[in-house]
Write a protein that binds this ligand. Structure first.
Ligand SMILES: [Zn+2]
Length: 392
């Protein structure tokens, strides 16, 4: 046992009614639930403090840091007034000597860490929900979107695009007819029972239509419901590269994959889920978070779409007895972001989406355009015929 006198700390006692301080010595004594506090009056006067306080009868100051050793420590004795101790370091040492569990300050820090941990876990859970939860919900909800709704939205989108940067095709009519014939043959292939395993949504029967347009760099895109658009630039690029039409047919098969998997509809439904969910959860903050989560989810989601569409194309081409390699060659040939066209098309190709002025993402015609990231990797995968077994 240490000498009790060694643990006595100088303090001023206030009775809580007058501003008059009384010098006292504070002794800290081990107790069952923690140190108790014994007061020794130095100047016995009119008001004498109660001599002993059990651990529970004291509001122990919570945070004490060695760096603040010069700070006055205030100990609340509740109805018995309060103590002021000038030597914080001595007080702390005496507390520890009396068996105070190591560091009230440390416990505060632990609580802080727990708080940060919980906060991080909550943020992570939210991020995971929007990364995986909303695409899943969108995929399920898309089952209930009627084909007629997709077709009317696509007509509207096509009008918007035609009023915008799309121009009529300048390809010769017979060239268009030849490619359309091959497109229709592919669509017919898909319609037969033999190829029914390629269908992603049971009972979903899109009406495939091929349209030719100019005014855009080498590209092809699909609208929900079956409208596929190919640009003159893509057709010309394939010819320039000396590729057989099988290359273009492969790209068209890929676009059919987007239709069959209803990727455009899923993106729009997902956006709806995000807006509604975040609107409910966060109110005003939603627009900012929604935008961020759209970018986050959009990148992986679209890459996933491209894989699905590629696998679909590879399987459909194989069933039709057509080679897949020319398509991969064409992809490699048109790799890289488009340099021409309007900003809207470029934004969509980059995987982002046009933003309205208030920061939220508003669905527009350009949303329906499919993006084609990681072209080199995709072309390689197509040629090697890998990546489909697991994903399809
Ligand atoms: Zn695509």
């Amino acid at each position: 046992m240490t000498d009790p006198a060694a643990t006595l700390v100088r303090a001023r006692w206030y009775d809580g009614r007058s501003s008059q301080a009384q010098p006292v010595l504070v002794g800290l004594e081990p107790g069952p639930r923690g140190p108790g506090l014994r007061l020794h009056a130095l100047m016995p006067g009119t008001a004498v403090p109660p001599p002993f306080f059990a651990h529970d009868e004291v509001e122990w100051p919570e945070a004490w840091r060695p760096s603040r050793a010069q700070r006055t420590v205030v100990v609340d004795l509740r109805r018995a007034g309060s103590l002021e101790i000038d030597d914080g370091a001595q007080w702390h040492a005496a507390l520890e000597a009396a068996g105070a569990r190591p560091g009230l300050a440390q416990r505060m820090q632990t609580r802080w860490r727990v708080f940060v941990g919980v906060l991080l876990a909550a943020v992570l859970a939210l991020a995971l929900f929007y990364r995986y939860g909303t695409p899943w919900a969108a995929t399920q909800l898309t089952r209930f979107v009627p084909l007629g709704w997709e077709q009317s939205i696509s007509q509207e989108a096509m009008r918007e695009l035609d009023d915008g940067f799309l121009k009529p095709s300048r390809l010769p009519a017979e060239r268009q007819a030849a490619l359309r014939a091959r497109f229709d043959a592919l669509a017919a292939q898909l319609g037969t029972g033999e190829a029914s395993s390629l269908h992603r949504y049971r009972g979903y029967t899109p009406r495939f239509e091929l349209a030719f347009r100019s005014g855009m760099p080498a590209n092809a895109f699909a609208l929900p419901g079956g409208q596929v658009v190919v640009t003159d630039a893509l057709v010309n690029e394939a010819a320039k590269a000396g590729l057989a039409d099988d290359a273009l047919v492969g790209v068209l098969a890929h676009e059919m994959g987007h239709v069959v998997h209803r990727h455009g509809t899923r993106l729009v439904v997902e956006q709806g889920v995000l807006n509604v969910g975040l609107g409910l959860a966060l109110g005003d903050v939603s627009s900012v978070v929604s935008m961020a989560s759209t970018v986050l989810t959009g990148l992986a989601y679209r890459r996933n779409h491209e894989r699905e569409a590629d696998c679909f194309a590879a399987r459909l081409m194989q069933r039709a007895g057509l080679p897949v390699a020319p398509m991969a060659d064409l992809l490699m040939h048109i790799d890289g972001p488009p340099t021409g066209g309007k900003d809207e098309a470029a934004a969509s190709k980059d995987g982002g989406a046009p933003k309205s002025t208030d920061g939220t993402r508003t669905p527009s015609a350009a949303d329906w355009l499919s993006s084609h990231p990681d072209t080199a990797a995709r072309a390689q995968a197509l040629k090697e015929g890998r990546g489909c077994a697991a994903g399809a």
